[in-house]
Every structure is written in structure tokens, then in C-alpha cells.
Design a protein around this ligand. Structure first.
Ligand SMILES: [Mn+2]
Length: 317
């Protein structure tokens, strides 16, 4: 039996299902989980999608008002984690996953630790929403306008508007089919990629002002701490995408962005051409994709910067 058939068998069997995704959810986490949620609802499953905190920019996504901040049960028949590379990323709600009778992982991260009983991970896919589209097609599930909107939101955000490595002819074929169904790509693009909240703009100003160039301009580095966020009254998700600012500068191979959280600094690394930032993050217990990865580290921004630069330097040409 193929993995996809096994997953369907578990879904059929389960009466109640919980869907989970990673902390600090991006458009792909929101889009792929909401798409799956809607289909399971259509199948008359007792299903809950739990996302404790998300940016209000996602409020344009259909059915987002049905998301729960905590579960109504402690042991679900089935838990499905989407767009999530490790159990750690499920943060404070990993208990819903761990305590479920059966656990499924659907993802696209190359660093996925295969933490489910059944794991469907397509590392060549640029978005979990694209993996989800393939699932829908395989199962002959109907891609409604609302579901299509969620999948497109995931694909367009995780590919930075179809520009990142991993985008393939298949990505465009899927986008094309969603477009012909009437999904409003222009609106999603504008709202999710081109519009800044005022506080995220203020945060960007601070991050840019603080940016440093190291190793002959091959590394860009900046950070945001809690004090900055308080100053600009930042909301969840306002720091999203700041790591791209450094990467988009000529001559930069690796962009380092640190974001202070309750557990230390969340490090985001982006590479342009050749540095394997997934390997760099793995050194410190994190992971991700070849050119986009993350890890949480302890210490001051300066100490963390030194550790990262030491590792990155070994790969610089
Ligand atoms: Mn993703």
C-alpha cells in the first residue's frame, strides 16, 4: 500500500481529527492546514484546526474564523501535522500530536525528522500547499474555490511569488489550474506579499538601520529584540520576511536574521547560490531547506552571530 493510500485509510477510520502546524505560521502553514481542514469538514469528520497565534494578514483566508486556539480533547483518533519539520516546531501544542492514536506528517522540508507514524514528505516541493494539491488530486477530492484560495496562498508565499528555488513547471501548472478556477491571485499577492502593516514597516526600519556586512560583504546580519517590538507595538508575524532584506543585496551570499523570543533567539538563514544553510542550522540543532533554514539559539546577538559566522565561513568561496 502506498503512503498516500495509508493516509487515506487512517482518515477514513478516524472519527475525530486534529490538524496542527508550526509556530509562527507563515502563509504555507496557514494555507495547507486550512485546505485540509475544509476537506475533512466536507467528509463530515469531527475535525479541529489548532493554531494558537497567527498574523492578522491571514484573515483574508476562507474559514480562518473556524481555527481554534486550543483543542477540545486530549487524545484524538488522528493528528495531522502539516508544513512542520519537527515535533519541536509544534511548540506548546505538541501534546495534541503526541497523545493522538495515530500521527501523520505531511510536509516538504528536507530537514523533516519524520516524527509521525506515517510521513509523507516531498522535499522537492517548494510549498506544503503544493504537496497538499497533489494529495487532493490523488484522492479525487474536490478543490473548491475556497480550498484553491488557501492552496494558492501557500504556494505564492512560500515561493516568494514564484521566485525561489524549487519552483517548477508543476508549480506553474498548479497555479494555472487554480487561476482558471477563479482564484484571485492578484488579491493574495497584494495582501500577503506586497502589503506591510505599519508596525512591520517600523520594525523593518530598525532592522535595516542595524544591518552589518561581514566577510567582504558576503554575509548580511541584523536582529530584532523584544524591546524593538515593544517600541513599534509589533504584532505576531511583523518580523516575517526581514531575513530577505539582507539576501537581496548584491554580493551577499548568506543573510542572517535573529528574532528574540521567549526561548532565546530564533535564527533565520537565507542563502543565494551555494551555501547550505540547512547544514549550518543542523550544527546547532535546527534545520530547514538548502537555502532557507532556521534554529533557536541562546546568548546575546553578538555571541550568536560569531558562532554562525564561524560555520558559514567554512562554506564561503
Ligand atoms: Mn512551507
Amino acid at each position: 500500500m502506498s503512503t498516500l493510500d495509508e493516509i487515506l485509510k487512517e482518515i477514513d477510520k478516524a472519527k475525530n481529527i486534529v490538524i496542527l502546524t508550526h509556530e509562527n505560521p507563515d502563509g504555507d502553514a496557514m494555507g495547507s492546514s486550512l485546505a485540509l481542514y475544509q476537506e475533512l469538514k466536507t467528509m463530515n469528520k469531527d475535525v479541529e484546526l489548532i493554531v494558537p497565534k497567527y498574523s492578522r494578514v491571514f484573515e483574508i483566508l476562507p474559514r480562518i474564523e473556524e481555527i481554534k486556539t486550543e483543542g477540545s480533547k486530549s487524545n484524538y483518533d488522528l493528528a495531522i501535522a502539516v508544513d512542520t519539520a519537527s515535533i519541536k516546531q509544534l511548540d506548546g501544542w505538541s501534546k495534541y500530536f503526541e497523545d493522538a492514536k495515530t500521527r501523520i506528517v505531511i510536509d516538504h522540508h528536507s530537514s523533516n525528522s519524520m516524527f509521525g507514524d506515517i510521513n509523507y514528505v516531498d522535499m522537492s516541493s517548494p510549498a506544503c500547499s503544493q504537496v497538499m494539491y497533489v494529495l487532493f488530486k490523488y484522492y479525487n477530492w474536490e478543490i473548491t474555490h475556497d480550498i484553491g484560495t488557501c492552496l494558492m496562498a501557500g504556494i505564492v508565499t512560500d515561493t516568494g511569488g514564484f521566485q525561489y528555488t524549487g519552483v517548477s513547471t508543476e508549480t506553474f501548472e498548479i497555479a494555472s489550474s487554480l487561476l482558471s478556477q477563479g482564484v484571485d491571485l492578484v488579491k493574495l499577492y497584494k495582501k500577503l506579499l506586497s502589503t506591510n502593516t505599519r508596525s512591520s514597516f517600523e520594525l523593518r526600519k530598525i532592522a535595516l538601520d542595524r544591518m552589518e556586512f561581514l566577510e567582504d560583504g558576503k554575509i548580511a546580519y541584523t536582529y530584532i529584540n523584544k524591546k524593538d517590538e515593544k517600541k513599534v507595538k509589533a504584532e505576531t508575524g511583523d518580523h516575517e520576511g526581514l531575513v530577505n532584506e539582507g539576501r537581496n543585496i548584491e554580493g551577499v551570499e548568506v543573510s542572517i536574521f535573529l528574532h528574540e523570543t521567549d526561548d532565546g533567539y530564533k535564527v533565520s538563514l537565507r542563502a543565494n547560490e551555494y551555501v547550505n544553510v540547512s547544514d549550518v542550522c543542523l550544527m546547532f540543532g535546527g534545520g530547514g531547506h538548502l537555502r532557507a533554514a532556521g534554529v533557536t539559539m541562546q546568548g546575546t546577538p553578538k555571541q550568536i552571530r560569531e558562532k554562525l559566522v564561524r560555520e558559514i565561513k567554512r562554506q564561503l568561496k
